[in-house]
Design a protein. Structure first.
Length: 79
């Protein structure tokens, strides 16, 4: 069975320019998108690429918190 890990994602609102997010536990891992759905897709891809190796592909499942502020935290489960 795959190990599940949780990461903290800080989401930043850039107004008309959309959103960007950084993963606190993965330095240099970030993504951007025009809306929450696009950001979630880009973030899942970024985390998967960051954690994957040539021998092991990482699957990412995002679980959204609903703290609608200019900066908010979300949890990410990785297996």
């Amino acid at each position: 069975m795959a190990e599940e890990r949780t990461y903290t994602v800080r989401v930043h609102n850039q107004g008309d320019e959309g959103l960007w997010a950084e993963v606190e536990e993965l330095p240099g891992c970030f993504a951007s998108g025009l809306d929450e759905d696009e950001l979630a897709e880009a973030l899942a891809e970024a985390i998967g690429l960051y954690l994957s190796t040539p021998e092991h592909r990482v699957q990412v499942q995002l679980t959204h918190g609903r703290q609608m502020e200019s900066v908010r935290q979300e949890r990410v489960l990785v297996s």
